[in-house]
Design a protein. Structure first.
Length: 155
C-alpha cells in the first residue's frame, strides 16, 4: 500500500459514520413502511404524507428498502477502500455516491413540488447522500492523483 494523506482516514471514518446513520434512517423508514406504523415527525409535519404517497416505490420495491441497499453497499465499499486502497474501490465509491446524490435530488424535488410535503427522514437521507457524494468524489480524485490513476489494480 502506498503512502496516503492522514486526512483521507478521517474522511473515510466520517463517511462510514454518516452512511451508518443513513442506514439506520432507511431501516426505520423500511420498518414503518412494512408495518404501516406512522412516522414520528413532530419537527416538520408531512413525513406521513410523503410515506403514503404513490412515489414510495420503484418497480415494486419500496424506496426505504432501496435506501437500505444503497447504504449497505456504500458502507461495504468504503470499508473495501479503507483496507485495500484500490482504484476500483475509489471509483465505485464515487459512482455509488453520485447515483445516491442524483436519486436523492430527484426525490427531494418530488417531495417539494409534486407531493407538497416534506419528510424529515427523507431529507436527512438526502443531506447524508449529498455529503457522501462530496466525500466519495474527493476520495476518488485524491486517489487518482496520489496513486497514479492506474486502473489495473482491480480487486
Amino acid at each position: 500500500m502506498q503512502k496516503d494523506f492522514p486526512f483521507i482516514h478521517i474522511l473515510l471514518y466520517i463517511f462510514l459514520a454518516l452512511a451508518m446513520v443513513g442506514l439506520a434512517d432507511s431501516a426505520y423508514l423500511t420498518n414503518a413502511y412494512y408495518t404501516g406504523s406512522p412516522l414520528s415527525c413532530e419537527t416538520i409535519p408531512g413525513c406521513n404524507e410523503v410515506a403514503k404517497s404513490p412515489y414510495t416505490q420503484i418497480a415494486g420495491v419500496s424506496l426505504p428498502v432501496l435506501g437500505v441497499i444503497y447504504y449497505t453497499f456504500t458502507i461495504f465499499n468504503a470499508l473495501l477502500y479503507l483496507f485495500r486502497r484500490t482504484t476500483y474501490a475509489a471509483t465505485l465509491l464515487a459512482y455509488l455516491t453520485t447515483l445516491g446524490f442524483f436519486v436523492s435530488a430527484y426525490f427531494t424535488y418530488v417531495q417539494v413540488e409534486l407531493i407538497k410535503a416534506v419528510c424529515i427522514y427523507c431529507m436527512s437521507s438526502a443531506v447524508i447522500a449529498t455529503i457522501l457524494f462530496g466525500i466519495g468524489t474527493f476520495i476518488r480524485k485524491h486517489h487518482l492523483e496520489y496513486h497514479d490513476g492506474q486502473m489495473g489494480d482491480i480487486v
